[in-house]
Ligand binder design. Structure first.
Ligand code: CTP
Ligand SMILES: C[C@](O)(CO)[C@H](O)COP(=O)(O)O
Length: 250
């Protein structure tokens, strides 16, 4: 592409990839986590609406459970979603990393900025989504929303058997630690290169970029962008939705 025809950062189209192919083992038995209901609506639909609430996001690629793409397509058809957003559904893989890569493979060429957002973080506020996009548009190759930690953290020698006592090795300085959330935002070329280069299994995309070298930028995250991981998180998510409904006055 010549420099004249290349879009400026403010014009670069933004796509979101939503990995939703996990089982949700820590949540307990049942349907794949992303398809479980929060106040009657699948978690995945909440997550899609949260990303599509940003006027900058024009495509959402949903990475469905490997044998669940048809079910996810039906869900999308059955729920109201913004008209200005396009949707694609692709089957996912064995790990989160593989699922994200399969989502990236499906992206049309014009999308120069990519957000990766866990379906398991269904309640992220639109201001957090937009803050991540803005930081990428300002030139950061990779951006993560983060929160300071509420607890003091200990480094331990992991026990051979879960639940056994463990020796404490160190207490990292809490002021320098952050808990990382999604959506994580990327210059597309940087993210694709990270997925092509890093072969070890990691839990988030930004850590792959860290391994390549470019500086990852952290912006303030939000308490409501928490990940639904364990059963108590479902209770919290439904309480947040109930409070939002009260605040919205219906
Ligand atoms: N093979 C996988 C594994 C995870 N994910 C997605 O990655 C996000 C974050 O993963 P996590 O919360 O750890 O979900 P699960 O892997 O489903 O949870 P668990 O480890 O409890 O099974 C979720 O939206 C999940 O659907 C995915 O798309 N493909
Ligand atoms: C990407 C992520 O949401 C960052 O917090 C998270 O690492 C993915 O899930 P996991 O629970 O760590 O497997």
């Amino acid at each position: 592409m010549s420099d004249e025809s290349r879009p400026t950062p403010a014009q670069t189209p933004v796509a979101a990839v939503i990995p939703a192919a996990g089982r949700g083992v820590r949540l307990g038995p049942g349907a794949p986590k992303a398809l479980r209901a929060l106040n009657g609506t699948p978690m995945l639909i909440h997550a899609i609406r949260a990303l599509a609430a940003s006027r900058h996001v024009s495509l959402v690629v949903v990475v469905a459970p490997p044998d669940g793409a048809a079910e996810v397509k039906s869900l999308l058809d059955a729920h109201a979603l913004p008209d200005r957003t396009d949707f694609l559904v692709v089957p996912g893989g064995e790990s989160r990393q593989e699922s994200v890569r399969l989502g990236l493979d499906a992206l049309p060429p014009q999308y120069g900025i990519v957000l990766v957002h866990d379906a398991a973080r269904p309640l992220v506020p639109v201001d957090t989504v937009d803050a991540v996009i803005e930081a990428v548009r300002d030139g950061a190759p990779a951006v993560v929303p983060v929160l300071p930690l509420a607890d003091t953290v200990k480094e331990v020698e992991p026990a051979a058997v879960a639940g056994d006592p463990e020796a404490v090795l160190a207490t990292p300085e809490r002021a320098r630690l952050r808990a990382v959330q999604t959506p994580q935002g990327f210059d597309r070329e940087t993210l694709v290169r990270a997925h092509e280069t890093v072969t070890e299994n990691v839990t988030d995309d930004a850590s792959m970029v860290e391994q390549l070298g470019p500086t990852v930028v952290a912006v303030p995250g939000h308490e409501e962008a928490f990940k639904v991981t364990r059963p108590l998180d479902l209770v919290l998510a439904e309480a947040v939705l109930a409070r939002r409904r009260l605040n919205d006055g219906f």
